[in-house]
Design a protein around this ligand. Structure first.
Ligand SMILES: Cc1cc2nc3c(=O)[nH]c(=O)nc-3n(C[C@H](O)[C@H](O)[C@H](O)COP(=O)(O)OP(=O)(O)OC[C@H]3O[C@@H](n4cnc5c(N)ncnc54)[C@H](O)[C@@H]3O)c2cc1C
Length: 557
């Protein structure tokens, strides 16, 4: 939406197309905050320290130039949002309050209660509506159109009335979000983050980077099914929450005796994973998180959303009982390779921004940076597109080819006799969770890859109805998931080390020789893996990176 605002303000004709209602994009789930080194509470903070924190957390393989752009522009982005009526929490002196986020040297995250993402999305929607930007909601983009070596539109399925729609455009910007739904347990909702943007780029032969890098949050809900994976905020541990296994052992003593529950996200995620794997988890395959020793009043004042979440979903009063938690797939650091300053992908007239892209976060994302990313790179991409638009002409669309394309999609997906796509989708998510999740090893990943190739050959049970057809949607989701999963596995197999969120039990060390990005090139005969040297870290950031920083105990949102 930030791209749309920039384009519209400069008289470009723009249409925002989304699979859901415009105020309901996945961004509304973002709770804790948006980073900007305003220095309101910690005067020593600066964009350089922010950049150094980002690169350190990213395992030193971030696109360092993009990090510099992000951190330098973050303060302006927050000021712009405040001007657009995002009601950030303020101090009595009127300055925006900032709080700690994991691995941040200073208090840097600006927040609106625990619904920062919703507040930001609402303000962007209000701004677009004020400008009368056009929207098309509940359209599932199934393919991009391409002619004469460039993108010139998209084909969408109107989920409600079952019509296929052709969008004819000079350029397309993918802002389709992440792909955490490759995994059975995910902090996103089940209908989103299915790798749509990855597939749309893949189909045209785009380049992808660091697909192996996937962040697992240590604490997600374990049950009921509809809430499985839902985030249990880090603030619970920050407020003193204790993790125990089914034997009542406080197991973090064994894994990280100093920092215990306040260790880095990947350390806690692996510890929880290990306890469950070795049979010390609960019957429902979780561990316990307990804050019930704190007074109810305190819990209600500090983590009200968590109190409500457990009461609503499982009727557990967390001021009296333990929560059951387990790791959950949370954020996709890998994605489409772009030049962040322009938003350009490797495909002509195709741009991308946000969680669908790779580079800014490297091997692990610093909490609070993704909201900043979508605003900052949205604006920059818009600015760049404006420059390019002048020289781009409409390329004609051959409607008969579009018809053929739709028929081809439907034919490839299946027929009345195919397999149940809803079940197969779950099978794939289970496969990825079991074999390419928090802890990885070659044997498991090879097994998953083999199985994935079998899924590629399946036809699904899809009838001719196009209106609100759950099977059709699931079959389309699987089509998007398969290359996304394959790229994750192939890249994870290729990177024979552990770095950031990527942990190989068969290669547990972090090795200098792997300080590079892994690229997936889409070629006629499939995916080819290559490597790319890192961009040089700008001098002004490098200076700060050399300073020692120990911030892993600062988890609070
Ligand atoms: C529980 C949770 C808490 C978080 N907390 C924070 C936080 O505190 N701070 C922070 O910085 N980040 C946080 N994040 C991460 C952050 O929310 C996301 O990275 C960010 O919102 C992604 O924004 P996006 O614009 O890239 O994509 P999204 O917000 O996911 O939007 C994607 C859009 O693309 C549309 N779309 C997708 N596929 C198609 C298709 N085929 N056809 C048409 N439309 C399509 C969707 O409908 C949607 O509108 C959190 C994430 C989660 C899950």
């Amino acid at each position: 939406m930030r791209v749309a605002i920039e384009l519209h303000d400069n008289k470009a004709d723009v249409l925002v197309v989304g699979k859901c209602e415009k105020r309901d994009a996945h961004t509304i789930l973002a709770t804790g905050g948006i980073n900007a080194a305003l220095g309101n509470l910690d005067k020593k903070d600066s964009w350089q320290v922010h950049a150094a924190d980002t690169i350190r957390e990213g395992g030193y393989i971030n696109d360092a130039k993009a990090v510099k752009v992000l951190c330098k522009n973050a303060t302006d982005a927050v000021k712009e949002l405040a001007k657009w009526k995002v009601k950030f929490h303020k101090e009595t002196n009127g300055k925006i309050t900032q709080r700690f986020f994991g691995a941040a040297t200073y208090r840097r995250a600006c927040f609106v209660g625990d619904y920062t993402g919703k507040a930001i999305l609402d303000s962007l929607v209000d701004q677009t509506l004020k400008r009368e930007v056009r929207f098309k909601n509940e359209i599932y983009i199934v393919s991009l159109l391409y002619a004469k070596g460039r993108v010139n539109g998209a084909i969408g399925l109107d989920i409600r009335n079952g019509e296929f729609i052709i969008f004819h455009s000079k350029i397309v910007v993918l802002c389709t979000g992440g792909h955490s739904r490759m995994y059975k347990r995910s902090s996103s909702r089940f209908w989103e983050n299915n790798g749509d943007g990855i597939f749309l780029g893949y189909e045209l032969g785009a380049k992808f980077m660091d697909m192996e890098m996937f962040q697992f949050h240590p604490t997600g809900m374990v049950y009921p099914q509809e809430a499985e994976g839902l985030l249990v905020t880090e603030a619970v541990r920050g407020e003193g929450g204790i993790l125990t296994n089914k034997r009542g052992q406080r197991f973090m003593e064994k894994y990280a005796p100093e920092k215990m529950e306040l260790s880095a996200r990947d350390v806690v995620a692996r510890a929880v994973y290990n306890e469950i794997k070795e049979g010390r988890g609960t019957k429902k395959k979780g561990v316990y998180l307990d804050i019930s020793y704190k007074p109810k009043k305190y819990i209600l004042s500090r983590i009200p959303r968590m109190y409500k979440q457990f009461k609503d979903y499982v009727n557990v009063d967390i001021s009296k009982d333990k929560m059951e938690v387990a790791p959950t797939a949370h954020y996709s650091m890998g994605g489409i390779y772009v030049d962040h300053e322009t938003g350009k992908t490797s495909i002509k007239n195709l741009f991308a921004i946000g969680e669908v892209t790779a580079g800014v976060h490297g091997a692990n994302r610093l909490g609070g940076n993704s909201l900043a990313e979508i605003i900052i790179f949205g604006k920059l991409t818009g600015k760049n597109i404006l420059k390019e638009l002048k020289s781009i002409r409409f390329t004609k669309i051959d409607e008969s080819l579009v018809n053929d394309k739709v028929l081809e999609i439907m034919h490839k997906l299946g027929n009345e006799r195919g397999k149940d796509p809803i079940k197969i989708k779950k099978d794939i998510q289970n496969l990825m969770w079991r074999n390419v999740g928090v802890v990885r090893k070659a044997r498991d990943m090879k097994k998953a890859l083999k199985k994935l190739h079998k899924y590629k050959k399946l036809k699904f049970k899809v009838d001719n109805s196009l209106i609100m057809n759950e099977n059709l949607i699931a079959a389309l989701d699987i089509r998007n998931m398969l290359p996304t999963c394959e790229m994750i596995i192939r890249s994870a197999l290729f990177r024979e080390e552990s770095r950031g969120a990527h942990y190989r039990v068969d290669f547990p060390e972090t090795l200098d020789k792997w300080k590079m990005n892994i690229i997936c090139n889409v070629e006629e005969d499939g995916i080819r893996i290559s490597t790319k040297p890192l961009k040089k870290i700008p001098y002004d950031v490098n200076k700060f990176l050399k300073k020692k920083s120990d911030v892993s105990n600062l988890l609070l949102e």
